[in-house]
Design a protein around this ligand. Sequence first.
Ligand code: GCW
Length: 677
Amino acid sequence: SENGYDLWLRYKKVANNSLLQAYRQQLNSILASGNSPTMDIVRKELQTGLNGLLATTVAQRTTPQPGTLIAGTPQNEPLLRNAAITGQLKKAGNEGFIITTTTINNIPTTVIAANTDIGVLYGTFHLLRLLQTEQPITKLNIVSAPRIRLRMLNHWDNLDRTVERGYAGFSIWNWHTLPDYIDPRYIDYARANASIGINATVLTNVNANATVLTKPYLEKVKALADVFRPYGIRVFLTARFSAPMETGGLKTADPLDPAVQQWWQQKVKEIYQYIPDFGGFLVKANSEGQPGPQDYHRTHADGANMLADAVAPFKGIVIWRAFVYSHTNPLDRHTQAYDEFTPLDGEFRKNVMLQVKNGPIDFMPREPFHPLFGAMPKTPLMMEFQVTQEYLGQATNLVYLAPLFKEVLESNTGNDYTVAQVIDGTARHDSLTGIAGVANIGNDINWCGHPFAQANWYALGRLAWDHELSSASIANEWLRMTFTNNQHFVDTAAAMMLQSRDIYVQFTNPLGLHHIMGTGHHYGPAPWVNDQRRPEWNPVYYHKADSIGVGFDRTTTGSNALAQYQPKARQQWEDLQTCPDAYLLWFHHVPWNYKMRSGRSLWNELCYQYYTGAARTAALQQTWNKLQAYVDQQRFHEVAMLLGIEHKEAIWWRNACLLYFQTFSRQPIPARYEQPS
Ligand code: GCW
């Protein structure tokens, strides 16, 4: 059945017959030597992949013949020790690979070569992808190396298997049966990640308690780390700052207290006994009620450095999150992270990274990039994207996130660097670089809930490997691998994906509106909520609608959050006249009768956006319905039903938001926007 479990690794027989014949000739056997668990995986993956794609049995050889695929490292495979190959490999680094069509000892072959076994595995998945997407392979000359060193998933998974902001079932980590029972799903998880270059995973929620750091759980973590290691994936854990008190019996977690330091040193030593290549800790501290160094009047740097010193002897790192805010900053939550972290630039140990969410509020459908990306030149900044669609329709809406990721990565910080260049180390000549995505994975049969949500996991990995790939090319290859190579299907479904995020923004948060969803569950519209106990959780705090207009004034007459951006970045937003519509109400409080670029008044524009967004969800349904003949019925119906939900929800958002804002604008909804739906 086509239940989506295989993700983009389906390896169905190549449909194009002439290509199939050509592939069979060019890849008629495999020569992959090297004794390591990773090379075992390479051989197995090539066998499964080629046997499926070519619908034949591909032999394994020890001497090459015309049409043998040779995969390996020069170290383990003498045939790969020629100057052309070793020369190219200089550009591949530790994790990269080359794929070339060449002759070896006068025998025409295809070569996957790398400096390490894991590079060979990445090359293997790349070659299989070429076949899955029906690319010509007669003259290959590929050199590929990741632009970012840490390509990571963050699981917000709790030990009771609930997943914070998870919409695809329960956690795939079955702590109850670990360490002795290895669910085959752990292996498929690792395979899927390796196929897109993801090389690190944080198993536990940033809000988790300290239990995972206790011995019985470390044994379970070790079992997972052992499964993931040959796939190139290193395990990280979240470290609750108060762990020395909660599980160690200490009276304090003060980072400058020697007993606390010693406790962490011991704990780290213990962890490395179980997991010699343990990656390190991810820490959420002094945010949303979590404990942290500020509880002892110490700084974030004091806290991070104490942990960094503990993991440094083992080459571990500490990833400290910059997502901090509290109700004690009543003016604008937008400004708090910058205020707390910029004074600490240069104060962190060399093995500390600061993980910054893409925007200053919280994974909204559209945010300007986080001002910290332009303001911490001495600190390695790691990107945190959210793959799970907390604020983007959760698992019921079709929202392809690559355009959101790209929009942020391509933003100019105003310091002559794009956000991508800050993240990939170009701006600092630094090799400690990383991108994390908050995972959308659960134990649903298809892993991600919505069949199209798999594309967001896929896109995160592909962009972490190479952020210059386009959203369109990633959609294209994902669709071909996941559904079919039929050109009409691919073109049509890719167009749906590429506009899906804009559609979502339009029917939920157009013109720079943000954080107007239901509080707590964050699902659906609730612009009216106003609970003064936590003002910064309330929609009214963000839209500030009144009889005059709507929007958050973040200029000098308002919270002045704009001042946190470099002058060259903020100038695009600070003038109401030139600020792009997409960010208008993010930065300005705008009168209802303000004349927009479209010629419409702000109120009419708002109506236009909500009505158009909702109408476009109906168009998505119609488009999908015409694709029924090209895809399996199971996934066709799943997507069709989900698009039905999305359409209903778009109308819900439209009506709820417009009726609410109308109580302030006191103007009618223009009749021409009211289309039947
Ligand atoms: O987006 C918000 C979520 C919280 C989350 C927090 C964070 C893990 O609503 O559920 O907690 O951000 O990123 O720490």
